[in-house]
Write a protein that binds this ligand. Structure first.
Ligand code: AMP
Length: 630
């Protein structure tokens, strides 16, 4: 049995764990000094690369060469992160859809930085077992999209690890708590770490976990608490020491070294206030020393709105799972920030019960990753883990409308297959646009990938049968293929999720889908009736041309008039009028269709039949893709 380690690659701290063969219990592997947590900090110094505590100590002295919270940049584009850049002392610049960090004279990508952390954990585990290790399970927030998951895999590969499974953090946490021993029940996992917040609703039945719903905020966590306290301290220092500060050449708020110092002081004070009612802060400056006592109540006032911000996603997840708070049987706390008494109180109030917190909230995800690793290595065989897709996945079809193949919160691994066709005669290339999101129109969703299906034999519009398959593997990685079936001539396509394409925050996308629901449905309806009108008009025009003198002048005139009426109606924004006029045209061509049926023009009829099926929406899966009008 080849050993697989479990890794929690955290925003603030990372850990590595394994399952002890003798006891069957998961354990975190400590470093040589007995420390479990490896700070997710990497410093690029002239003497070499430092990681963990050593790098963290450099933060204040070498802010420009030290990277922290790199998880925030994993698989993200410049547009996604530019609002935060003022909080980071190192330069960040766009590069091929991802970002590069300029640190200590180096330019590195986020996966390269994460790889330094992973390599250190790998070496820690190798030291523990006294043998080389290659395989790992790595956890990610449930809200990580495909690019972010892919970036995490890349980091593993750079570190020399075969990432055998990417697991959602809340799923891992529930495993660590051994909740599979519940015969049946519903569990809410509330995970507030350093940089991300996740809420997951899991159903446990007969030893099987199923994630019913997930929600959260990829930009909410202990780092934000530190920032709020840090800015408050800055203001207080400026107010109380403005005379001494007046002589400083650089404004305190623009001195990155001072800001780093304040950040560390703020975090330390916050942590002390979880256990104590009040704490003292002493921060020495060149010509004065700042002293301040701060109480837990003061901290709670500062962070209260941030804690409240976690409750909205909790309610949304409950709504998605179709459950009320009192239908949750167990609540589990995960992440260092759940040690904050205010957080515990709020979670307890929302769910009306005392949450589980027996396990160390910093370690619980790593312990669960180890359990998952043990399952994969064959140590435990009677457990299956199911996750869900956080956002719907689909392709753009004619007119920019999204056709969803896999709905949000579908249990993975999963696959979906649907038939599409072309919209233009003789089309040999079809553009496929894969999108992710909850909105009706592709332009409002996140663009995930574009690719071309080439080599389609030229055929009348509506004739090719294009089978599109979406496959999400157990790691949440999406694979899309398209195949033209009618000719048997297949073209297969590989889709690599592109990093950082104008990604919008997942939570916001879901919220917007509710906000714009009505307008979106109207826009979609208009596009659909117009598509339908266009298809019918194309086929009628072709039939008229091919019919020659098989139709009388009078019939030709009547059909032409109906065609012109539809062409005019199509230009209005009235779906009802367009639909009615389309029906009129269909009625006016009934005889024409019969005539065609009896002639040698059966081939043309074939495409008209396809058009009718499409227009009537009888057969789901006959939508022409929007792109590829070649
Ligand atoms: P994680 O990402 O789960 O490692 O959580 C790290 C976050 O938890 C950081 O923001 C820490 O400052 C915070 N944290 C750790 N211990 C405590 C504590 N005792 N009280 C408050 N926050 C804490």
């Amino acid at each position: 049995m080849s050993r697989i380690i479990g890794i929690d690659l955290g925003t603030t701290n990372s850990l590595v764990a394994y399952v002890d063969e003798e006891t069957g219990l998961p354990r975190v592997i400590p470093d040589a000094e007995g420390r479990m947590l490896l700070p997710s900090v990497v410093a690029f110094t002239p003497a070499g690369i430092l990681v963990g505590e050593a790098a963290k100590r450099q933060l204040a002295r070498r802010p420009q060469s030290t990277v922290y919270s790199v998880k925030r940049f994993m698989g993200r584009g410049y547009e996604d992160v530019k609002d935060e850049l003022r909080y980071f002392p190192f330069a960040i610049r766009p590069a091929d859809g991802i970002v590069r960090l300029a640190v200590g004279g180096h330019e590195v990508t986020p996966p390269e930085v994460s790889a330094v952390i992973l390599r250190s954990l790998k070496e820690r585990a190798e030291g523990h077992f006294g043998e080389p290790l290659e395989k790992a399970v790595i956890t990610v927030p449930a809200y990580f999209n495909d690019s972010q998951r892919q970036a995490t895999r890349d980091a593993g590969r750079i570190a020399g690890l075969d990432v055998v499974r990417i697991v959602n953090e809340p799923t891992a946490a529930s495993l660590a708590y051994g909740l599979h021993r519940l015969r049946e029940g519903v569990v809410a996992v509330y995970d507030l770490g350093g940089g991300t917040f996740d809420i997951s609703i899991l159903r446990v039945k007969d030893g099987i976990f199923e994630v019913l719903a997930t929600n959260g905020d990829t930009h909410l966590g202990g780092d934000d608490f530190d920032r709020v306290l840090m800015l408050w301290l800055l203001e207080d220092i400026q107010a109380r020491h403005h005379r001494e500060l007046a002589c400083r050449p650089v404004d305190l708020g623009h001195d990155s070294e001072v800001m780093q110092e304040l950040r560390l002081a703020a975090e330390a004070a916050k942590i002390r206030l979880s256990a104590e009612e009040r704490t003292r802060l002493v921060i020495p400056f060149e010509d004065f020393t700042y002293h301040r006592e701060i109480t837990r109540a003061e901290l709670e006032r500062l962070v209260n709105s941030l804690v409240e911000k976690t409750l909205g996603p909790c309610r949304m997840a409950l709504a998605d799972a179709g459950l009320r708070p009192d239908q949750i049987d167990e609540v589990v706390l995960v992440g260092g920030s759940t040690r904050i008494p205010l957080v515990r109180r709020r979670v307890q109030e929302l769910f009306g019960q005392t949450p589980h917190s027996q396990l160390n909230p910093d370690e619980v995800v790593a312990l669960g990753a180890a359990v998952q690793a043990h399952i994969l290595a064959g140590g435990i065989t009677n457990m299956l883990l199911l996750d869900v897709t956080p956002l719907s996945l689909g392709i753009e079809t004619l007119g920019g409308v999204v056709s969803v193949l896999i709905a949000r919160n579908t249990t993975i691994p999963t696959s979906a297959r649907e038939m599409f066709t072309t919209s233009v005669d003789g089309q040999t290339v079809v553009d496929m646009h894969v999108v992710q999101g909850e909105r009706e129109l592709a332009k409002d969703c996140r663009s995930l990938a574009r690719f071309e299906l080439r080599g389609v034999d030229p055929m009348p519009a509506g004739m090719p049968k294009i089978e599109v398959t979406f496959l999400i593997d157990a790691n949440g990685i999406l694979n899309v293929t398209a195949k033209e079936l009618r000719t048997g001539k297949a073209a297969s396509i590989e889709v690599k999720p592109t990093y950082g394409l104008s990604e919008t925050d997942v939570g916001r996308m879901v919220e917007e889908s509710f906000q714009y629901a009505e307008a979106d449905v109207e826009a979609r309806m208009l596009i659909e009736v117009r598509n339908e009108a266009d298809t019918v008009m194309t086929h009628v025009r072709r039939a008229l041309k091919q019919a020659g003198d098989l139709v009388s002048a009078e019939e030709r005139q009547r059909v032409t008039a109906a065609l012109e009426a539809l062409a005019r109606a199509r230009e209005t924004s009235e779906p009802d009028l367009i639909r009615e006029t389309t029906t009129e045209l269909n009625r006016a061509t009934e005889h024409l269709a019969e005539v065609m049926m009896d002639t040698a023009l059966r081939q043309a009829l074939g495409s008209q039949r396809a058009a009718e099926i499409m227009a009537g929406g009888v057969e789901r899966g006959e939508h022409p893709p929007a792109q590829g009008n070649q």
